[in-house]
Design a protein around this ligand. Structure first.
Ligand code: FES
Ligand code: FES
Length: 164
């Protein structure tokens, strides 16, 4: 990277204000993993297809490998390391643990982030809605889908109980 093209970009990551000096087109995923040492966002296809790198940007799931750092300037990023800070994130995280909803686990953090984003924005979201979003955004090559669906059901029940 040509240092002359680097600049400081300020953003919030997991509730903490940070400033990162990097090229503006450096992928957010690289900044999270290399500069901020948050390794939970996985490197998969690096082309925006597999969803292993999913984080929340202002609450919405994004593929961080395909997002330049400058696009996150002034915005709030949540990674798997910070997902438990919301009721939805903690419910999803606990449900995945309870259902052991992974095989190799490489896709799991990305799936948790996508589901958390959806459940946070739409607390009464349906199982069908979540499946549709996962079909669009997250790949699992191990076929752990049945366990993931059990975890989704558990998380939705937990959140519905909290609203009752
Ligand atoms: S690593 Fe980002 S979508 Fe595959
Ligand atoms: S559990 Fe291995 S890719 Fe999903």
């Amino acid at each position: 990277m040509d240092e002359a093209n680097e600049s400081a970009v300020a953003l919030t990551v997991n509730g903490r204000a940070v400033s990162v000096t990097a090229g503006a087109d450096t992928p957010l995923l690289a900044v999270l993993r290399q500069d901020l040492h948050l390794k939970g966002s996985r490197i998969g296809c690096s082309e925006g297809y597999c969803g292993a790198c999913t984080v929340l940007l202002d609450g919405n799931p994004v593929q961080s490998c395909a997002m330049p750092l400058e696009a996150a300037a002034g915005r709030a990023v949540t990674t798997i390391e910070g997902v438990a800070s919301t009721a939805a994130g903690e419910a999803v995280r606990q449900a995945f643990i309870a259902e052991q909803a992974a095989q190799c686990g490489y896709c799991t953090n990305g799936i948790i982030m996508t589901v958390t984003g959806l459940m946070s924005r739409q607390p009464a979201t349906s199982r069908a809605d979540i499946i549709a979003v996962l079909d669009e955004r997250n790949l699992c090559r191990c076929g752990s889908h049945a366990r993931v669906l059990r975890a989704l059901d558990r998380a939705m029940a937990t959140l519905a109980g909290g609203r009752a």
